[in-house]
Design a protein around this ligand. Structure first.
Ligand code: DX5
Ligand code: ZN
Length: 215
C-alpha cells in the first residue's frame, strides 16, 4: 500500500516544518495537485513550487494535473522534477492524443497516469490499459480538499483492478478524495494500492495517519 499525502492540505505558513515531518512520516509518495482555475474552479501551484518541493524531498513526486492544457504543461512539470505525471481524460480531445501524451511522458523516463472525474464512466479507459503506469479514480469532484468520499468510485476501482489483472498488468490503481481511516478500508478492499490523503493526513499526527491508512 502506497500513501500519497496531498500537499494541497498542508499549512503553507509552516512549509519547511511540514515537509520535514512529511519526509519522516513513512509515506512513500508526495501528491502534488496542480489546478489552473479553468479545468477546476480553484488555483493551486505552478512548476516553481514543484521545483522547491523536489529540492526538499527524496520521496516520489506524483503530479496530478487538473488543468485544461496538459499537452502544453506536461513537459514544464517534468522539467520541474515530477516523477510521475497524471493528466485528466476529460481534458484531452481524443484517444490518439492521450496515447501520444503517455508516450511523451515515458520518453522522458517517468511514469504516466490518467485520471477520471466522478461522472466519467471507467470503461472509457478500456483501450488505454496498456498505456499507463497509474489509473487515478477521483472519489470527489476535483478542485478542493476536504470533501466527502463518493462510494460510486469503488466499482470503478474494482473494474480497473480486475481488467488489469486479467491482462497481466500491474499498474497502480490510485484513489483521490475524501480518504480517511474508514474510506481507506473500502478503497483497499476494492483494489486500490495508492491512497491520496490531504486533510486526513495533515490534520492528524502524520506518522499515525500513514499507519491508519495502510491498515
Ligand atoms: C482534489 C485533489 C485531492 C485533494 C484530496 O481535487 O485532487 O488530491 O487534495 O484532499 P482530501 O484528502 O482532503 O479529500
Ligand atoms: Zn489529486
Amino acid at each position: 500500500m502506497i500513501i500519497a499525502p496531498s500537499v494541497l492540505s498542508m499549512d503553507y505558513s509552516r512549509t519547511e516544518q511540514q515537509l520535514r515531518e512529511l519526509n519522516e512520516s513513512g509515506a512513500q509518495w508526495i501528491h502534488f495537485d496542480v489546478m489552473d482555475g479553468h479545468f477546476v474552479p480553484n488555483i493551486s501551484f505552478g512548476p516553481d513550487i514543484l521545483r522547491a518541493v523536489a529540492g526538499s524531498t527524496n520521496l516520489f513526486l506524483d503530479v496530478h494535473l487538473m488543468i485544461s492544457d496538459p499537452v502544453f504543461y506536461t513537459p514544464v512539470f517534468i522539467d520541474a522534477g515530477a516523477d510521475s505525471i497524471t493528466f485528466h481524460y476529460e481534458a484531452m480531445e481524443s484517444k490518439e492524443r492521450i496515447k501520444e501524451l503517455a508516450a511523451l511522458i515515458h520518453s522522458r523516463g517517468i511514469s504516466a497516469g490518467i485520471s477520471i472525474k466522478p461522472n466519467t464512466p471507467v470503461t472509457v479507459l478500456q483501450d488505454l490499459l496498456t498505456d499507463f503506469d497509474l489509473f487515478l479514480v477521483m472519489s470527489v469532484e476535483p478542485g478542493f480538499g476536504g470533501q466527502s468520499f463518493m462510494e460510486s468510485s469503488l466499482d470503478k476501482i474494482t473494474w480497473l483492478r480486475c481488467e488489469l489483472s486479467e491482462k497481466g498488468l500491474n499498474a497502480h490503481v490510485q484513489v483521490d478524495g475524501g480518504i480517511n481511516e474508514k474510506t481507506a478500508v473500502l478503497a483497499r478492499n476494492a483494489g486500490a494500492d495508492v491512497l491520496v490523503a490531504g486533510s486526513f493526513f495533515f490534520r492528524n499526527d502524520m506518522k499515525k495517519a500513514v499507519k491508519l491508512l495502510e491498515g
